[in-house]
Design a protein around this ligand. Structure first.
Ligand code: SIN
Length: 505
């Protein structure tokens, strides 16, 4: 397709794994697709994903066990039907990738299955050790750019969604208009709003702000996963040290080489233990010195990167601390990516299908991109023009009376969204007092802007303040238990007070 081709059936925004999976599924189904990406192809967060893809491939495994693990860490907020789709279609999608020649790491002709926290079986496939996201994204990208029905436009950021009547039919980028029958946003999450992040700078919630501007509902914004082991070396980025290292025996040690926590407990528990240790006692180190060289050799690209920064996995302990990694919150959608705005679909981290609950199981995110990208494409092509999802909501549960504490001394200082204060006040541990100060200090979004970057930090902080309990990745020091009345999603819609979507069990 070239610039003068007839208008496409589908506009896909984002060239990470979810965008590519969506575009390829639509193109293979015979649709004409325009794929827009804000930067270069390969500039999103998917190529940075180290941990692999979880799939029940082992002889001792079954998708129902994978579903049970996903639900066990999800804090009671998973959509069970979406999880069922993830584990069954996910297994098929990984087998398809294998069959199409994606070079997953293998032994004796079978994919090697790794272990990560929260998984009761070895079920994580990797490619080139910790280069999994890069290898898979490149493989799908190669197919995308060769596809006769997919046209890719780089350096084309979506700045507003276009409407025809009540339907979304296209995207504006600068003075250019891209029109189709429907739009799928696959723009990633918002973890780069935090100072310490494992994401690319692009992950700042632009897709959520666009969808909000078009009238779509946002949900679960308070649930942000902090990866426990990102490099904590002054002057260096918060480079991810994959959970796969702990799966193969890496330990988390204090300065005296004592273990500070079981390294394979759920990610939120380990992240809080590491953050607390830094605050109260001092540095935390990841160590692989005790493991055979053959184990370290499996992570050669990661080891080579660390060596460039002067750290040798065979000899040195690596200082690590939590970093914002993945957002469970996003644009509320059903399990086929339909939002509550006709013509607007979402896939991947920008979406909140409920599949990841309040806390994502390790290595379920690339899987989500593949499975739900394909489903969003199918729904967008098959739906009648008015199709949209709907939620049944109530008022928020009454918050228990939590003592206010003293106001923060620096609470009135104006703060930018990516000020490191988000790491402190909206980090692994939150409290009413700090969240109140943060809500007051963050710049207020402008409700009339189609894509306001101030929106997501503001709503995420308010959600964390409203949810007066602890659940999944959201931990409140002043309300450390999960409360049954909060088993549901906090929803935000332009011009409305927050609503609550209760989960009926
Ligand atoms: C990792 O490699 O530890 C990240 C995997 C994930 O976030 O699923």
């Amino acid at each position: 397709m070239n610039e003068t081709s007839p208008s496409p059936d589908l506009i896909v925004v984002g060239s990470g794994l979810a965008g590519l999976a969506t575009a390829l599924a639509a193109g293979d189904a015979g649709a004409r697709v325009r794929l827009l990406t804000a930067g270069d192809l390969l500039s999103g967060s998917s190529p940075w994903a180290q941990g692999g893809i979880a799939a029940a491939l082992g002889a001792d495994d079954h998708p129902s066990l994978h579903a049970a693990d996903t639900l066990a860490v999800g804090g009671g907020l998973n959509d069970a039907a979406a999880v069922d789709v993830l584990v069954h279609s996910g297994r098929a999608a990984v087998l398809d990738l294998l069959e199409s020649g994606v070079p997953f790491d293998s032994k004796s002709g079978r994919p090697e299955l790794g272990l990560e926290a929260g998984h009761q079986r070895r079920r994580i496939v990797h490619a080139e050790g910790t280069a999994t996201g890069h290898v898979i994204t490149k493989a799908l990208l190669a197919r995308t750019v060769r596809h006769p029905r997919i046209h890719v436009s780089e350096h084309t950021p979506a700045q507003a969604l276009l409407r025809e009547g009540h339907r979304i039919v296209g995207v504006r980028s600068g003075s250019a208009i891209y029109q189709g029958n429907a739009v799928v946003l696959a723009t990633g999450g918002y973890a780069a709003l935090w100072g310490r992040t494992t994401n690319t700078p692009a992950s700042r919630g632009a897709g959520l702000a666009l969808a909000w501007g078009a009238g779509a509902t946002l949900a679960d914004l308070e649930f942000v996963q902090f990866h426990p082991t990102a490099l904590a070396l002054p002057g260096r980025p918060a480079f991810l040290l994959s959970e796969a290292l702990r799966g193969e025996g890496a330990l988390l040690l204090d300065a005296d080489d004592r273990q500070i926590v079981d390294p394979l407990l759920p990610r939120d528990v380990v992240a809080r233990a590491v953050a607390r240790h830094w605050q109260e006692r001092g540095p935390v180190y990841l160590s692989m010195r005790h493991l055979p060289a053959s184990v370290r050799a499996r992570f050669a690209p990661l080891a080579a990167q660390l060596l460039e920064w002067g750290l040798d996995l065979a000899r040195d302990r690596v200082p690590v601390a939590p970093a914002a990694h993945y957002c469970m919150g996003g644009v509320r959608s059903d399990d086929a990516g339909r939002t509550d705005v006709a013509g607007l679909y979402v896939a991947g981290e920008v979406a909140c299908t409920g599949v990841q609950g309040a806390n994502r199981l390790a290595s379920n995110s690339l899987l989500e991109c593949l499975v739900f990208g394909q489903r969003a494409a199918a729904a967008a092509l098959a739906d009648s023009p008015d199709a949209r999802a709907a939620w049944s909501t109530t008022a928020l549960p009454a918050a228990p009376d939590i003592p206010e504490g003293k106001p923060e001394p620096d609470g009135s200082r104006p703060r930018e969204a990516d000020d490191p204060v988000l790491d402190r006040d909206l980090g692994t541990e939150r409290s009413k007092r700090h969240l109140q100060a943060l809500v007051r200090a963050l710049p207020r979004p402008d409700d009339t802007e189609p894509c306001d970057p101030r929106l997501v930090p503001h709503l995420a902080t308010r959600s964390a303040l409203v949810r007066a309990e602890s659940r999944g990745a959201h931990y409140r020091t002043d309300a450390p238990q999960a409360l049954p009345e909060w088993q549901g999603h906090i929803l935000w819609r332009r011009g409305m007070e927050p609503q609550f979507e209760r989960i009926v069990t």
